[in-house]
Write a protein that binds this ligand. Structure first.
Ligand code: NAD
Length: 503
């Protein structure tokens, strides 16, 4: 079993302080990290911060990954990271370090709890209490992009069975341990039937194992609209990387400020805790940033390492500070808040309230030891995989689909026949629509001549790869500019590729 720990673990408070890799980050990062560490120290958190350099400074020293090799070693030794936001320099081809950290350390679950602090932080949604659980490693964030023709660039959306299984199981386990009642899955599988379809099907399968927790699936567009309009209808939401990135910011913002929410990035070995917001360069160095997001992330970290009592103490002191109307500029409202304070004064106010509980907001209870999320290892079940054709993508600057279609039809393609051509996914040959706009990017689908495309459903003939090799050789010799290919497979007789629109 893979096991991850959220929100509480079996780790006992030992005599040796838990080593934490601490990154102060960029922009407002150092300001909010200093404030947070001051609170943790005053609360007697049993931690030993080990400072690491990440981000802008490292990028500008010429390290395009934004992280030095020795820092990786330190992270792997400590296994816990408390990280302030970092700045990714724009437009110089630097990869996002956040994405690199999440993927390299296999931090598959991004957990973002957001709760309204009504009436102390102004929000139109006083009953908002939502946890967004976002898949953190895959999807369009694989970052695999190519320019293929003059007109066309592409980004690969990768969705995997193990990725879907562990994030969805994590969401249900999280709901179970935290007494949550419902898990909502958000997908766009009316369009992306294979990728988002896999996420949806996996959700249905795993949801059936948790009959005590309600489950539902919504299409991401209407789901996000409803989440923004009536977030109180939601409890735990699980979704893929890009959708989760967007909706978690929406939920944090409508709760009052992106400056309030913390998040955990949880993997099997390592966990990283951070605020959800960025490095806010527009207010950096002014001492006015809200450290609450990082404080809340630190509370999640304390629970993760089993320091549940300290976690509850810090959280309650923070709630009491908010309730007492002591607010940083981002949430300060005249006639609503009592005192507008700087980042460090806010931290001092939290420290003064350690040991106190809020009177109106819900005080948190110390999380019980032993609550542990267990994620089963992925068990690959092999199916029968058959090669049944190929999509050949051709760069061609012409505009008449019939011309390239006829040329390909007339080519002697040795056991393969052209089934159709699409442009941006829409069938343009044979019998396309005259109004379809065509770019220089033509997807030409070839299937074995023995296939019966008139049958319902079509019957594909399995072939060996040498037919594909011969086809590609013929296309090359025929002067076609092949820019990429995608093999067509059936798995246990089920089509593993989408049809063209109009196919
Ligand atoms: P941002 O979250 O930094 O700022 C958006 C707005 O929210 C700004 O007006 C900012 O002043 C405000 N804000 C954010 N945090 C606040 C806080 N704690 N207190 C008060 N106000 C706060 O988003 P951005 O401007 O799009 O990004 C700035 C930089 O941060 C970029 O380089 C981006 O790549 C990086 N970033 C890093 C992370 C991370 O390290 N996890 C996440 C997102 C963005």
């Amino acid at each position: 079993m893979e096991s991850t720990k959220q929100p509480a673990t079996n780790v006992n408070q030992s005599a040796v302080a838990t080593k934490i890799a601490v990154a102060k980050g960029d922009g407002i990062g150092p300001e909010i990290m200093d404030a947070t560490l001051k609170i943790l120290k005053a609360a007697n958190a049993h931690i030993d911060p080990q400072f690491i350099d990440l981000g802008e400074k490292v990028y500008l020293e010429g390290n395009s990954a934004g992280i030095a090799n020795e820092t990786w070693d330190l992270i792997k030794d400590n296994k816990i990271i408390l990280k302030a936001p970092i700045t990714t320099p724009q437009g110089k081809g630097y990869k996002s370090l956040n994405v690199t950290l999440r993927k390299s350390l296999s931090l598959f679950a991004n957990v973002r709890p957001v709760v309204a602090l009504d009436p102390f932080v102004q929000t139109g949604h006083p009953n908002l209490d939502v946890v967004i659980i976002r898949e953190n490693e895959e999807d369009l964030y694989a970052g695999i992009e190519h320019q293929q023709t003059e007109d066309v660039v592409q980004c690969l959306k990768l969705v995997t069975k193990p990725g879907c299984q562990r994030i969805i199981r994590y969401a249900f386990e999280y709901a179970k341990i935290n007494g949550r009642k419902k898990v909502t899955c958000m997908v766009k599988d009316n369009i992306m039937k294979l990728t988002d379809g896999l996420f949806h099907r996996t959700f249905d399968k795993i949801a059936a194992e948790y009959p005590e927790i309600k489950s539902e699936t919504q299409i991401i567009d209407i789901g996000s609209a409803r989440l923004a309009a009536s977030p109180e209808r939601y409890d735990v939401v699980v979704t893929s990387n890009l959708y989760g990135d967007i909706i978690s910011d929406i939920v944090a913002e409508i709760a009052g400020s992106v400056g309030l929410a913390g998040s955990a990035n949880v993997g099997k070995e390592v966990a990283m805790f951070e605020a959800i917001h960025g490095s806010a360069p527009d207010i950096s160095g002014q001492g006015i940033a809200n450290p609450s997001g990082l404080i809340n992330a630190a509370v999640m970290m304390l629970n993760h390492i089993g320091q549940n009592k300290v976690a509850a103490n810090v959280k309650n002191a923070w709630l009491k500070t908010i309730e007492d109307g002591i607010h940083t500029a981002d949430i300060f409202k005249e006639n609503w808040s009592k005192q507008k304070v700087s980042t460090s004064a806010f931290a001092d106010a939290v420290i003064e309230r350690l040991g106190m509980k809020p009177q109106n907001l819900h005080a948190v209870e110390e999380v019980a030891d032993g609550a542990r999320i267990e994620i089963q290892d992925y068990n690959r079940i092999k199916s029968n995989k058959e090669l049944v054709g190929i999509d050949v993508f051709i760069d061609w600057a012409g505009s008449n689909p019939d011309q390239i279609g006829n040329d390909l039809d007339n080519l002697s393609t040795l056991g393969m026949k052209l089934k159709m051509i699409t442009n941006r996914g829409v069938k343009v040959y044979p019998n396309g629509q005259e109004y379809t706009f065509c770019t220089d990017h033509w997807r030409c689908r070839f299937v074995p001549i023995e296939s019966d495309m008139r049958a319902t459903p079509p019957i594909y003939k399995a072939i060996a790869y040498d037919r594909i090799v011969n086809l590609l050789k013929t296309l090359d010799e025929g002067g076609f500019d092949v820019i990429k290919t995608e093999n067509l497979y059936q798995f246990d007789g089920v089509r593993g590729f989408s049809l063209g629109q109009g196919e």
